[in-house]
Ligand binder design. Structure first.
Ligand SMILES: [Zn+2]
Length: 281
């Protein structure tokens, strides 16, 4: 990977730039206990034809911002070992997982000084467990299922842009929501994607623990891998609860991240057309 895909971000407030949302380098997880495979690089192979069993966890990049693009047919390019267990769990295992989460939540509530036996909180741990499982359901999705037969051959080479895709995600540093709008554009190279799939793709990556920079990049890289288009641009504008509701309150501040690939990066004219269509210029 060159650094040409590094997302750049602009904060509406400069004093937040050094905050907890800067991308950090990631220590790779030891793979020795996992299923051995041939060393696979996820950059070259086509995920559309790859079998699930051929893309185990080893394809996860050591750092999403530097090494292999975060693209795998099983959607596990980022999440950990636990995500695979989640995908493959039986209904009984799923229930047991929910109860374990609920027990942990009960501990948290008690440590915070609450009485978990009072009426209002009786069902809260279970509810919270179910809610968190929903908020992170993206771990159970994968690109292949999301895209399913929605790539079409089409002799169209004008910019395709979908604006204002609502995204709800969780900040992985504070486990609180960040949410906002994603705008996705690409210039096809003989292949187009069903429009609703752009939103599905954004949803899949958003419903995981994220940092906004990575979310932005993952969407762009996925689209780039799926369509091999002439260019891809993704812009996300979001409000982070950890930012607006903690410390010095910064109500109304929002964070914008962008990832431009191909002709959006190389050609200023294309980039400007995109920003104009977004109403940003
Ligand atoms: Zn945060």
């Amino acid at each position: 990977m060159s650094d040409s895909t590094t997302p750049h971000k602009t904060n509406t407030r400069k004093d937040e730039i050094n905050g907890s949302h800067s991308p950090k380098s990631v220590v790779p997880i030891k793979r020795s206990k996992l299923v051995p495979t041939s060393s696979s690089s996820s950059s070259g192979a086509s995920f559309l034809t790859r079998d699930l069993t051929d893309t185990p966890l080893q394809t996860r990049a050591a750092s999403p911002l530097i090494l292999n693009p975060p693209i795998d047919s099983d959607g596990l390019s980022w999440p950990s070992q636990g995500a695979r267990q989640r995908i493959e769990q039986t209904p009984e295992e799923a229930k047991a997982r929910e109860l374990r989460i609920a027990d942990a939540v009960k501990v948290i509530l008690e440590e915070l000084g609450e009485d978990t036996s009072r009426e209002g909180l009786l069902e809260t741990p279970e509810r919270y467990a179910r809610a968190m499982l929903y908020f992170t359901k993206g771990y159970e999705d994968n690109i292949r299922d999301v895209i399913k037969r929605a790539v079409f051959e089409e002799d169209h080479d004008e910019m395709v842009i979908v604006r204002d895709i609502e995204i709800y995600s969780l900040c992985e540093h504070h486990l609180v929501p960040f949410f906002g709008k994603a705008h996705i554009a690409y210039i096809p190279n003989k292949r187009v994607l069903g429009l609703s799939k752009l939103a599905r793709l954004a949803e899949m990556y958003a419903r995981r623990f994220q940092v906004q920079e990575r979310l932005t990049k993952q969407i762009a890289m996925a689209l780039s891998e799926i369509l091999k288009p002439r260019g891809v641009a993704v812009v996300i504008e979001a409000a982070h609860m950890c930012m607006v509701s903690r410390g010095v309150q910064k109500t109304g501040s929002s964070t914008t991240t962008s990832c431009m690939l191909g002709c959006f990066r190389d050609q200023q004219k294309t980039r400007e057309e995109f920003l104009t269509l977004l109403g940003r210029k």
